[in-house]
Ligand binder design. Sequence first.
Ligand SMILES: *Cc1c(COP(=O)(O)O)cnc(C)c1O
Length: 389
Amino acid sequence: MKRFAGSFTQQEALPEEAIAAAVEVMRSGRLHRYNVAPGESGAAARLERAYAEWQGVPYCLAVTSGGQAMQIALRAVGVRPGDAVLTNGFTLAPVPGAIAAVGGRPVLVEITEDLVIDLDDLAAKAGQARVLLLSHMRGHLADMDALMKVAEAHDLTVIEDCAHTMGARWNNTLSGNFGRIACFSTQTYKHMNSGEGGFLTSRDPEVMARAVMLSGSYMLYGRHGAAPGPEAFADVALDTPNMSARMDNLRAAILLPQLAQLDANVSRWVEREAAVREELARSPAIRLPEAPAAALRVGSSIQFQVEGVAPEDLLARAAERGVELKWFGAQHPAGFTSAHRSWRYIAPQDLPRTDAILATLMDMRLPLTFSVPECREIGALIVDAVEAR
Ligand SMILES: *Cc1c(COP(=O)(O)O)cnc(C)c1O
């Protein structure tokens, strides 16, 4: 039997430039973002400026993780303990976790077969909350024009969770530029790698001033790279608690050279996902989620549903072929949790449509260490595993 030998969790090495920049920060001893020499702009501030420019927004805040970015975003738009917050019924555990961390009550919205939030269910539940934490889970983008219309009609503030859509676009607008705030992750398995880390971006000066204070900026907000001016802080500086979630200069230094490669990497992911999809499309037992023409999807992972094979058997057969699949419908989550029934800290919710989809939904990472021919080989091995009887 043919077997793929690559590792599904192996990311690329960091660029040499990033390694040199990290060494320079360590030699300086000035790792804390506010520890700058006279006239110096630290790496965290420079990264914020560069990311804001790349994302095409005035404000960016660098923080310790995507999860912290979401908690800060929820607080910055005024979510209080006991408030309901809408979110996708299919997402990763840090999303309901962020809502729980601020004392909110997650209200889960069904998804469609294309793995995006179901806009009819969203409209039906919109009256229960003021905020939607929209998760672009696994990079699948909802029809953002239609979604924003639903949000406007119901006066919902939208926070976008772009952990899997850094660099993705809807009708040529970058994911993250639709809602009031966007949250990004630079954790190892996302689109830039600083081990842990994240960003929050916005065009709203008041919300952003609160976010900067929440991240733990003391009275040093003047040392930020892409924060609003001092006037935005006048009313919030002493009224906003310090949650200590600052990014440090070491991580920022290794992210700056990666930002320069992001556009190229988006194209590399697009090619890789297309190669796997082409192979998977050969099997009638495999259903691939469809992305509308308006969506530019960054395929750092791929999902598909299977018919006629027990998911447990498929996992085993794929593993024999060296292909590491995950199954969202597993009774006991392995590795990560994305099934809402695994989140016992939130009120149980009835999501029959989502459950039926997750029951046969497979998930696979596509690290950039795989070449395009390897992606083809993996796709063919999956088809072989599905069709082996
Ligand atoms: C990884 C992830 C996050 C959070 O990112 P961290 O930086 O790991 O906290 C949020 N949402 C989704 C969908 C994710 O996959």
